[in-house]
Design a protein around this ligand. Structure first.
Ligand SMILES: [Zn+2]
Length: 459
């Protein structure tokens, strides 16, 4: 039976038509296979070109060439590339763009990161990158960039193929700058017109703020003079402004002059030529938000409400609702802010070498009030309470003068720090020195202005 079947099949194949059909089918399938294999291979190539950069960024130099960048320079043996950072650039991108392999670029990047925060990269920042083609591929010989005026980044290749980065700064030159002029409108406008930086103008106004009402006192035709510190790079670029060392206002017949001075305790302030401060820094007698005339206990001997015997009351008690604000009695530094037995929650502020104030029975301290914090007069330091030995919510307020508690209601407690003794003589000496510098600067300026006004000489 099997033999019969084979014979039949053989017979049918013998016909010419069938052979042609078979052959055609064979050739077609061959072509199909070839075409398919070709298609798959091109697909693979596409995949390589499109996805590789994202999967492994800048894995090879070929990939970098795909980037549309005008800064690409063909690597030569030795080449200096000047690259300007544009938006979206990273240092790594820049380094690979000049032709570095990813791993080499990363070596430079990691060394740089040690001294320069990559986040500080500015659009427009210039990099000068010297590359060199070595047996190990392209390397950076040196990289230089100005981080900001007067501050430089320098990366160099070491002998052992590592990179080291360092920052350097220009030695800044300090000079005094003198500006003066008439006021015709607002003071800030007048100063702005003469090139005084805004921050310096704001400081000038703040220095006089306790002695001058600028809105009321300043009239047209009044004048000002200011001397402040200016810091320059060796090539003459201003990098920053320092302190105002002299500030003067000519208000009609009233001339006000202030000099900056650091006293023997390190306190810095502005003083009149007589060594007086403009600050009306009188200690508050009732440093709190709740204002009434009530005093529940005065300074001095009294019958104690708890011990029922005669004791000295070392402060003044101001009854007030629990939780109302307590203010610093003057500018100063917090010395104590903690629970202190009978006082309950207690704060002591040192105002100067002479005066301190203390506050007792507080419900709690204001945010940021702790030993060492600086406070301004009127700043909230805590809240009225009844902690410690207290019979009801009130502020117990003490004024301490040279270590002794005194009556807050009778002292003429000026916390102002007019200069005295050695501080005053030092101040006068510094003032005389500055005045002579000022005169020289003014004379030079007048000469300059006269020269500028002179008509051009005939040729
Ligand atoms: Zn008291």
């Amino acid at each position: 039976m099997l033999q019969q079947l084979i014979q039949q099949a053989f017979a049918s194949f013998k016909t010419k038509q069938c052979w042609t059909a078979f052959g055609l089918a064979f050739v077609t399938s061959l072509l199909l296979i070839f075409a398919l294999s070709l298609m798959f291979s091109t697909e693979e190539k596409y995949a390589a070109a499109e996805f590789l950069p994202q999967q492994a960024e800048f894995a090879s130099n070929e990939v970098v060439e795909n980037f549309d960048s005008p800064e690409i320079t063909e690597p030569e043996d030795n080449h200096i590339h000047v690259v300007k950072i544009s938006s979206g650039d990273t240092l790594l991108k820049v380094l690979t763009r000049v032709g570095l392999s990813y791993s080499e670029a990363n070596k430079v990047f990691l060394a740089t990161k040690k001294v320069f925060n990559p986040k500080d990269l500015r659009v427009g920042q210039k990099f000068e990158i010297e590359t060199e083609l070595t047996d190990n591929g392209l390397v950076v010989k040196s990289l230089d960039s100005t981080i900001r005026t007067g501050q430089y980044l320098h990366v160099a290749l070491n002998d052992n193929d590592t990179y080291s980065a360092k920052l350097s700064k220009d030695e800044l030159i300090e000079e005094l700058k003198s500006v003066s002029g008439k006021v015709n409108g607002t003071l800030s406008l007048a100063m702005n017109r003469n090139g005084v930086p805004n921050r310096i103008t704001a400081n000038f106004i703040s220095i006089f703020s306790q002695g001058v009402n600028f809105r009321r006192d300043l009239k047209k035709g009044d004048s000002y003079e200011i001397v402040y510190e200016n810091y320059l790079t060796p090539d003459g670029k201003t990098v920053k402004h320092g302190n105002i060392v002299y500030a003067a206002l000519n208000l009609g017949k009233n001339k006000m002059e202030l000099y900056r001075f650091k006293d023997s305790t390190g306190h810095i302030d502005y003083y009149t030529p007589k060594g007086l401060t403009l600050k009306k820094n009188t200690l508050s007698r009732r440093p709190m938000a709740y204002q009434s005339n009530r005093i529940s206990s005065y300074f001095g001997p009294r019958r104690h409400p708890i011990y029922k015997d005669k004791r000295v009351h070392w402060g003044v008690d101001y009854p007030a609702p629990k939780g109302s604000a307590i203010y610093a009695g003057g500018d100063g530094t917090v010395e104590v802010a903690q629970y202190k037995s009978g006082y309950g929650n207690y704060v002591r502020i040192r105002h100067n070498g002479e005066y301190s104030t203390a506050y007792g029975h507080m419900n709690g301290f204001a945010k940021g009030i702790r030993a060492g914090s600086k406070v301004k007069q009127g700043q909230v330091i805590g809240y009225v309470g009844s902690t410690g030995r207290s019979t009801g919510p009130h502020l117990h307020y003490e004024v301490i003068r040279n270590g002794k508690r005194v009556n807050p209601l009778t002292i003429k407690a000026t916390a102002s720090q007019n200069l005295q003794g050695k501080n005053l003589s030092n101040f006068k000496r510094e003032m005389a020195k500055l005045n002579s510098t000022r005169q020289k600067m003014l004379a030079a300026k007048n000469k300059e202005e006269k020269l500028a006004q002179k008509p051009a000489t005939k040729l």
